[in-house]
Each structure stands twice: as structure tokens, then as C-alpha cells.
Design a protein around this ligand. Sequence first.
Ligand SMILES: [Zn+2]
Length: 384
Amino acid sequence: MRVPAHFSTTIVTTENNCRQGVNCHLPDCFCSTLEHPLNRKEIPQMVFFGFDDAVNPESVQHYDFLFGRNRYNPNGCPISATLYISHQNTKYDIVKKYYDRGFEVAVHSVSHTNIDTYTKVMEEARDQRNNIATLAGVPIEEIVGWRSPNLFTAGDAQVTALQNLGYTYDISLSHRKLNMDDRDMWPFTLDYGCQGLSKCPKQKHKGFWQIPVNMVVWKKEQVCVYVDGCYKQPNNTDEAYNFIMDNFKRYYDGNRAPFGINMHMAWFYRPYTREGMDRAIQDMLKYNDVYIVTAKQMLQWMKNPTNLSQIMHFKDWDCNEENRRKREKGRKSKYFFWGEVVIVAVILSCLAVVVVYWVISKQGKQYTSLQPIATADEYTDGDI
Ligand SMILES: [Zn+2]
């Protein structure tokens, strides 16, 4: 996908000497910024869910409830999410099932402890990726994202270790809002260092993506890293729905930075919070410029920014042919089914009319023909 021409001249930020299109070029380099060079009205609003920790039968019921009910983005592909998976209590056959359905599978360590050195990051990121590859059968090259347990990072050593292992992004650093109305950050590469995030790496790391964990705002009173992490929590479905949608609208009506919904299973402990999120997803999908994608898909757009007018043809978001065929078949059989129903109904109606007409006319004939004969017989055999 060709990068829009004006990208070559737009300066995104000068705070760290990163100049987009001058000394930083897509798809491998993107300056940290609060405003994307594209006109915001041309930017698809990306929403990406990041679920942390174990994947097991308990989590399945919730993921299936939200994502397993034939929900599609405007391009006709199923909505999806990213799973940041730690080892303990994970059932890898379930991981495989979600990978096959188009979820992104990423790494959240083996031990789920604070990981603070190069060696520990190397071990944990390598071993958990191997677990997912060998036990869930996910191709190792497909596993490219890392989230640190407790968002506790090892600074530059972490980025170096992840890059040495072939990871392409980290999503462990939060962007703290100083004011409730502060804009949210776009993902960026560390080619010219890092700014605006908590515990930023100090050095430059060429071509490595940092996805900021932008904070969610609770009723303009409180900011939280995870949606289930605010000390004030929704008390009913409406509050849960409004919490998600208020944050969504801040992005949608604001700078159109990707809206990350980072969360744990704790969100699902109260049934009404799941209901609220379900309603929010349904409402987001009513927009024709909103896409619920994985973090990896979101980065594919970052590398190849594509206008809304072209987004239907954006290859990196196209689901595979097999899925597309299944959907087409599903649509055809749906139309075929209703077509069949209509045809059968018409035939049955016609038959019913013919039968009724025939019965009436038959009865009529019998009535008119038998009556006189019977009468005649009666008259013949009877009194006459
Ligand atoms: Zn965790």
C-alpha cells in the first residue's frame, strides 16, 4: 500500500529531532506524536482489545460472548482482539482455537513476576513464545508482541532483548494524562528515543514499535491504565456502557488515535460490566469508519496509513480467502434460504388455491349432481 505523498513533507514532531518523512520514513519509522499526519476524518477509528493473563475455559465464555457472535467490521471481516498470554493456568488448545479464528496471540511471560533485567526478559519472552508455538501450534514468526507483567519493565534492556528475539512491539508503558482532556498518544517507533511515557527507554532502538497504554478516564474524575483497574467501578450496565463509550468518543471525536481497551478477567466478575461492554461493541460497529482489530493489525495500518476511502482494499486487514468464502457462502445460503421460503410459500399458496377451488367445485358438482339423482331415486324408490 502506497504511503500518502504528503507524508514526505509533514513534520510530526521536533521535540526529539524526529521529522516524519525527513529523517524518519514509514513503514519502519514513525515519530511519537499526538496528531497523525493524515486528516483525522480520513483515519479509521481503530479499537483494539488487549486481554492479559491466562487463557482458559473461564475466559472463553466471555471472549465468545463478545467476539464469537458473527460480528464484523465494515470490511466484512470478523472483529478480533489480542491475547497477552502468561503460562500458568493457560490451556493451549484454547489458544489455538482463538489463533485460528483470527485473534492475535502475544506474550505476557511464563512466571508473571516483575521482570527487570535483560537476562530475565530474554528467558521469559523466549520461553513463553516457545510454549505458545509448541503447545498451541502457532507459527513462531506470528508471535511478535510483548506485555510486561504488572507493566514493570526493564527499560532499554527490555527493548534490546525483545528485538534480539525478533519481537516487533512492546505494549507495557503507560501514557499518563496530566489533565482529563489531554490527547492520547499514537504508537511510534523508538528510532529517535521515547517521550511522554512512564519509564521511557533512554536510548534509540531502530524500527521497534512502542504502543502506548493510553489511560481511560472514569467520569472525568479518575484515570486508569486498565478498564478494570479504576478504584471506582460501574454499578450497573448503563454505567459500564457509558464508561466505554465516553472513552471511545474521546478518541473518535478527538485525534483518532487507536483506542486500546486493556483489561483483565476482573472486568467480567460482574455480569453487568460485560453487558455494558457488549452494548458498547454493538454500538461501535454501527459506525462505518470504526474497526475492532488486533494490536498487530493496528500496527499494520500505522506502517501503511490508508485513507477511509481505500480502507476496504487494505490488504493487511483482509481476512483470508477461506473465511471470506465461508462468509459469502453463509450470505448466499441465507439469501437462498429466504428465497426458498418465498418460492415454497408461493407454490403452497397456489396449490392451496387450486385444491380449495377443486374441492369446492368438486363438492359443487357432487351437490348439484347427486341431489337430484338422490331425490329422483327417493322419488323413484319412495313414495312415487
Ligand atoms: Zn498480567
